[in-house]
Ligand binder design. Structure first.
Ligand SMILES: CC(C)(COP(=O)(O)OP(=O)(O)OC[C@H]1O[C@@H](n2cnc3c(N)ncnc32)[C@H](O)[C@@H]1OP(=O)(O)O)[C@@H](O)C(=O)NCCC(=O)NCCS
Length: 396
């Protein structure tokens, strides 16, 4: 690898970083510079050559991710780009390695990203841990006849009542984002697409909402493309679907992003919908002690086990973790103490897939990602099991 140094970015780097992003993602240069500059330099990290010129960059986005009903601090990674003339020399790998080490030193719990090539990110400890799917339901099958009493056209900016409704919905599903402004800004407008917000209210409270774009088709009919939808009860979901059903005179279908199983799919009478895999997302456990202690667990669960972890990128993470779970929370100790008890062995990639509930330990053992005695695998499986396959609606 050529000599390059990792560090923060400054405003003076914006034109050079805009060039990297434009060349990486085939985006117009002005849009790439705007993406770089709009969020400010704080989350940007670069690799520079000996003369100080940026050869590679990434953006860190601080957010949260719901696991066990609790928002765990998570650093999203986006905009990983290496100059075409500097590729294939280990720059991306070195940059990601330093980024992981910096984040762990700062006590950050998790990191998540969508990968264009997962071989790169696996080398620094990420592993597949959830999905983003696209659901399409023909309007003829949206056979819900339920009319909301109060429907409001929302302003384009997210508001506290919208965020509250989203949080009440999202925390039920492992993997969903606890959205920062960066993600919220994309709900109402993303690139040249604008989504109208519609809310169902009850005594001033938003009980359900969606952001929707009516896409005209060549036939003159429409697709209702939803960038977001959430509801706080079965009744408010039916009312939201009833609101959407009233577009059926002109619309052929609705589309939205979700998991492979979604409450809306249980509300339609026929299984005539399509669920298409959009992309897996990858998770990295930056600090296992913090990540395990910060997430939620099923209230009735009372168990303990040990994890013998290896982490080549962040060697300080390697070693034994003693996990004691009760009353919906976990206590985590380091090192050997008292009786060894049931224990499992895994690398940090296996821990990521275990932590999100992506695969049960017995299945992760078949993937070569986890090993251990049957009792430890069973206890860890009960601890980290997701209520439904982990998913998120957002892309970043
Ligand atoms: C992907 C990209 C960041 C790699 O940068 P790089 O500095 O050339 O990568 P490195 O030399 O550090 O390679 C590290 C690993 O990345 C993976 N990788 C690199 N280039 C790749 C390619 N063209 N296709 C698939 N995997 C690739 C390999 O696993 C490689 O490790 P290996 O050679 O030991 O197998 C760079 O090609 C790029 O900027 N591409 C366009 C934008 C992009 O895809 N960004 C990532 C978005 S998630």
């Amino acid at each position: 690898m050529q000599t390059a140094t990792y560090g923060p970015a400054a405003e003076a780097d914006y034109p050079a970083l805009g060039r990297l992003i434009a060349l990486a993602f085939a985006s117009p240069l002005d849009g790439a510079v705007a993406w770089i500059s709009n969020q400010g330099p704080a989350g940007l990290r670069v690799m520079r050559d000996a003369g100080g010129t940026p050869l590679a960059c990434l953006r860190r986005i601080e957010m949260g991710q719901y696991f066990g009903g609790v928002s765990v601090p998570m650093t999203g990674i986006a905009g990983v780009a290496v100059a075409p003339e500097a590729r294939g020399r280990g720059l991306a790998l070195a940059m990601m390695r330093r980024c992981m080490q910096e984040a762990a030193e700062a006590g950050e719990a998790l990191s998540c990203l969508y990968a264009s090539t997962q071989t790169l990110y696996r080398q620094v400890g990420y592993e597949q841990a959830g999905h983003r799917w696209t659901i399409r339901i023909g309007m003829a099958h949206l056979d819900v006849r339920c009319r909301a009493r109060s429907v409001t056209h929302l302003p384009p900016k997210d508001t506290a009542p919208v965020r509250d409704c989203y949080a009440a919905f999202a925390r039920r599903f492992d993997g969903m984002l606890d959205r920062p402004p960066y993600i919220w800004d994309r709900i109402a407008a993303w690139r040249d697409k604008h989504y109208d917000g519609w809310a169902l209210t009850d005594a001033g409270r938003i009980t359900a909402y969606c952001f929707m774009r009516q896409v005209a088709k060549d036939t003159g009919r429409q697709t209702l493309e939803l960038s977001d939808l959430a509801f706080d009860s079965h009744g408010s979901m039916l009312a939201l679907l009833g609101f959407l059903a009233d577009f059926a005179s002109m619309a052929d279908e609705i589309t939205f992003h979700a998991g492979p199983i979604h409450p809306v799919l249980m509300a339609v009478s026929q299984q005539r919908y399509t669920v298409t895999l959009k992309e897996p997302w990858l998770l990295r456990i930056l600090r296992p002690d913090i990540a395990i202690a910060r997430r939620g667990y099923r209230p009735g669960l009372d168990t303990e086990f040990a994890i013998d972890l290896s982490d080549d990128t962040i060697p300080g993470n390697s070693g034994r973790y003693r996990v004691r779970i009760r009353d919906g929370r976990a206590e985590v100790g380091r090192g050997s103490s008292g009786s060894p008890g049931p224990s499992l062995r895994c690398g940090v990639r296996g821990l990521a897939a275990l932590y999100s509930g992506y695969l049960a330990p017995e299945a992760l053992a078949l993937c070569g990602l986890i090993d251990g005695d049957a009792e430890a695998l069973a206890r860890a499986g009960a601890a980290f099991a997701a209520g439904s396959p982990p998913w998120m609606t957002d892309f970043f």
